[in-house]
Design a protein around this ligand. Structure first.
Ligand code: UT7
Length: 330
């Protein structure tokens, strides 16, 4: 008798570059301090890619981990989705390079770009739909190599970020990590609070723009982003729990986008979530954009924070303003 197959997550993986950049390293380059960064963000260090590493390198490394964890080979992949705001090139997308590098058949492969740190959860839900459509194995990757594209002189933003990649394989299996419910939303009226304006059609990439450093000028209204993040992640958590007919008490662990330690504390407070149920690795990795949720999820499982049968809640927000939440059962 054939074993029953359910669509879910078959494997997880992550990659962080070796180079460690501490707060003290930043303090040697710009007017900041370990004390300011630690108290304002909870970050102590972050990883930065080596000079010869690119987004596709990070993505492929994380993908290989996820494939090994799923126990499948590259030729069993039927589709690839890459969430990134720091692509290998603007055209073609990072997914094309990943498909070639992994030696995957000529399957559909595409990027979901521009949704910032919310990218992975949005891509994971799209992957679930695509997998359900035809029993496909979909490789989902989130990768950010922010250190290459950010402004190293802008202390308001540069100290926050780190480089990383995370990946998941979504497909049919006898005993996958179940995807119980997902919600997402967008408030485009808040696009201006977190954006990189230059390089598109509004402010084309010209010599003048480049000389003014506009291509690396991340506009961030920190306090407003902070407020929106707490509000939207809190509401998304409640909404996805209601959709699944579950309560927060039943959730074993919440794995949020690692934006800022104080944002995570505020979300926990808003939800009435005890600190031990909130996973955070912000201290060692900083904000790794779309890669932060799969990196944190992979590490939480490796560290024994998640057991078989545990409901785990993922929540994120990102430039757009986008937000998303997804409820899993391991
Ligand atoms: O994935 C989404 C990414 N973005 C976020 O998640 C950002 C969310 N927002 C935040 O995390 C916080 O708003 C920040 C960490 C960005 C800032 O914390 P804050 O408590 O809101 O500080 P602030 O913006 O009110 O700035 C306080 C002071 C300012 O100086 P003045 O004007 O009071 O003299 C800044 O110039 O801190 C100064 N400052 C710094 N000082 C030392 C800003 N950046 C730095 C720095 N080192 N790196």
């Amino acid at each position: 008798m054939a074993t029953e197959q359910t669509i879910g997550i078959l494997g997880l993986g992550a990659y962080t570059p070796e180079r460690i950049m501490t707060n003290d390293d930043w303090a040697e380059l710009i007017d900041t301090s370990d004390e300011w960064i630690t108290t304002r963000t909870g970050i102590k260090r972050r990883r930065f890619a080596a000079d010869d590493e690119t987004s596709a390198d990070l993505a492929v490394a994380a993908a290989r981990e996820a494939l090994a964890d799923a126990g499948i080979t590259a030729d069993e992949i039927d589709e690839i989705v890459v969430a990134t705001d720091t692509p290998e090139m603007y055209t073609p997308d990072t997914a094309a390079f990943v498909q070639d590098r992994l030696g995957v058949r000529p399957v559909p492969a595409f990027d979901m770009a521009g949704s910032g740190c919310a990218g992975f959860l949005l891509a994971l839900d799209v992957a679930r739909c695509r997998a359900e459509e035809g029993g496909k194995n979909v490789l989902v990757i989130a990768v950010e190599l922010i250190s290459r594209l950010m402004n190293w002189a802008d202390r308001d933003t540069c100290v926050l970020f780190g480089d990383a990649a995370g990946a998941a394989v979504v497909g049919p299996g006898p005993n996958p990590i179940e995807m119980l419910a997902a919600v997402a939303g967008t408030d485009g009226s808040k696009a201006g609070i977190l954006c990189l304006e230059a390089g598109g059609t509004r402010v084309p990439f010209t010599l003048e723009a480049a000389k003014a450093g506009l291509h690396k000028k991340l506009v961030m209204h920190g306090r407003e982003v902070f407020r929106e993040a707490v509000h939207r992640m809190g509401d998304a958590a409640r909404e996805v729990l209601a959709k699944a007919g579950m309560t927060l008490d039943e959730v074993a662990l919440v794995v949020p986008h690692q934006a800022n330690g104080r944002i995570l504390d505020a979300v926990a407070k808003r939800l009435g979530l005890p600190a031990e149920k909130l996973y955070s690795n912000i201290r060692d990795y900083g904000n790794t954009g779309s890669a932060s949720v799969p990196l944190a999820l992979t590490q939480a499982r490796e560290q024994g924070r998640i057991r078989k049968g545990d409901p785990v809640l993922l929540i994120s927000f990102g430039a757009g303003f986008h937000w998303a939440a997804l409820l899993l059962r391991f």
